[in-house]
Ligand binder design. Structure first.
Ligand SMILES: Cc1cc2nc3c(=O)[nH]c(=O)nc-3n(C[C@H](O)[C@H](O)[C@H](O)COP(=O)(O)O)c2cc1C
Length: 457
């Protein structure tokens, strides 16, 4: 049975994809320097997993960009890059309940009360202009819905405000925000745990975007094709965390307290300003004997790649239920969804837009294209828009919708207008709309290797 924890995955990358990992031995500052190193790699079109052996002021090694390439996501799932979407969707459709264990490596070291000290973790500062307080960006929060009893998982940025306090950013309209509002209304603290340092299957399960009744631990079990071992938190047995997480912070979000949070450079590539956020009080920090701290560089490739499979899977289910001819959903650019449809009537592109536009707060723009457009190729998508859409007829503006407060152009609370573009060819068009193509039979008999080796041919 394979081990599904962060160190095991790092070893797999070292063994099977050595070009996908870079070991950094010298001491590195947590203030901007880890991000600067990753930025330099990205600028040279590389996105390796970075393993920092020594972070100034901290005794733990740090891994970042763990899920920063589709090749590594595929390695985590044990499939090829080409099979990723299909594999993710197929395994999500076979959820598997976690198994509650007595002990787990994540509780080898337990610090409670005054010894639970966040300043022992890397004090990471990312962008110029970010708040001076360090952030934890790879924390997966587990909380229990007080009404349904279901456990929810999602990533939430935590700004360290003291030895045992952080702020927590909960985006409007998402599940944790809904759970939090119930506790807040009842004026009760919301018990939560934040776990940091996991295998990519765990990360991909945490970003699962389905109905609230589906528990992400079951999805992780589906992705790993076995029950995920979990343990009860030491300060609150009703919360469960993966037995092999590197670190866990246990505590509660207080109902009345707020703190100033931000600015913070987000996945859009822009910073959010300062806002008022709830406060997470940490009652215990548990970890492995030799833990690896995990970091996700906000606004960089990993942050953008990680949620995409889950979003595409969720939106595909909604889209095909409404329009069976919808063949593919692609999310390449923040807040933008491209839907490929083999339409059987002229109303289907609009139907798709109407369904997708309010499907998620992170959808602001829906573009519908024909099957001869590759939705991953933005050049082809832009060409389809300009060549097949008549703006007065094929562009729909949806006003006053719930978007995300991370969109720099959105109004208060993330309220925004949204846009749908029907970039499919119109059968009513009087002029020729046949795409240029060389006959398939001729294309198939050409082998360019034949022309490359000899200029005499
Ligand atoms: C690296 C990373 C950081 C994230 N940070 C936040 C955050 O700070 N707040 C938030 O509400 N969502 C954040 N998200 C998005 C949620 O994890 C995501 O929307 C999740 O699917 C929501 O889960 P739900 O479907 O249970 O609501 C982040 C996602 C990633 C991948």
């Amino acid at each position: 049975m394979p081990t599904y924890d962060l160190p095991a995955f790092i070893e797999t990358v070292r063994r099977e994809k050595p070009k996908e990992i870079v070991q950094i031995r010298r001491e590195v500052s947590p203030q901007h320097e880890t991000l600067a190193i990753l930025t330099k790699f990205e600028q040279s079109y590389r996105s390796p997993l970075l393993f920092f052996e020594r972070i100034r002021g901290c005794e733990y090694p740090l891994a970042n960009n763990v899920c920063g390439s589709t090749a590594r996501l595929a390695l985590g799932l044990g499939c090829s890059v080409g099979e990723l979407s299909e594999c993710y969707a197929r395994r999500c459709a076979c959820p598997c309940k976690p198994v509650l264990q007595r002990d787990g490596a994540t509780q080898e070291v337990v610090a409670t009360g005054a010894t639970a000290d966040l300043t022992q973790l890397p004090q990471l500062i990312y962008h110029e202009g970010d708040a001076p307080q360090p952030y934890l960006t790879a924390a997966i929060i587990v909380a229990r819905d007080p009404q349904s009893g279901k456990l929810n998982l999602s990533y939430h940025r935590l700004m360290v405000t003291g030895r045992n306090t952080t702020s927590i950013f909960m985006a409007r309209g998402k599940h944790l925000d809904g759970i939090w509002r119930k506790y807040e209304k009842a004026a009760k603290p919301m018990p939560i745990a934040a776990f940091i340092g996991v295998h990519p299957t765990c990360a991909l399960g945490a970003v699962y975007t389905g109905p609230a009744e589906v528990e992400e631990y079951d999805i992780i079990g589906g992705l790993q094709e076995r029950p995920l071992p979990v343990v009860a938190c030491v300060t609150d047995a009703s919360l469960h965390v993966p037995a092999d997480a590197e670190f866990v912070l246990e505590g509660y979000v207080s109902p009345a307290e707020r703190t100033a949070e931000g600015p913070f450079g987000e996945f859009t590539g822009y910073a959010t300003g300062v806002s008022s956020a709830p406060v997470f009080h940490i009652r215990a920090v548990t970890h492995k004997k030799k833990p690896i701290f995990q970091d996700i560089a906000s606004g960089h490739l990993e942050h953008q790649i990680l949620p995409v499979l889950a979003m595409e899977q969720h939106l595909s289910l909604m889209a095909t239920a409404a329009v069976p001819g919808c063949l593919k959903i692609k999310v390449n650019v923040p807040l933008t969804v491209v839907a490929v449809v083999d339409k059987s009537n002229e109303s289907q592109p609009r139907q798709l837009m109407d369904v997708l536009i309010d499907s998620d707060v992170y959808v602001k723009q829906v573009i519908v294209v024909d099957p001869d457009v590759d939705p991953s190729d933005l050049r082809q998508v832009c060409a389809a828009i300009v060549l097949h859409a008549q703006p007065h007829r094929d562009i729909v503006v949806y006003e006053q919708r719930q978007g995300t407060e991370l969109d720099p152009s959105a109004g208060p609370n993330g309220v925004t207008s949204k846009i749908g573009i029907d970039a499919t060819k119109k059968t009513s068009a009087s002029r020729r709309v046949v795409k240029n193509a060389v006959p398939r039979s001729v294309l198939d008999r050409i082998n360019i290797a034949e022309f490359l080796n000899s200029s005499s041919h």
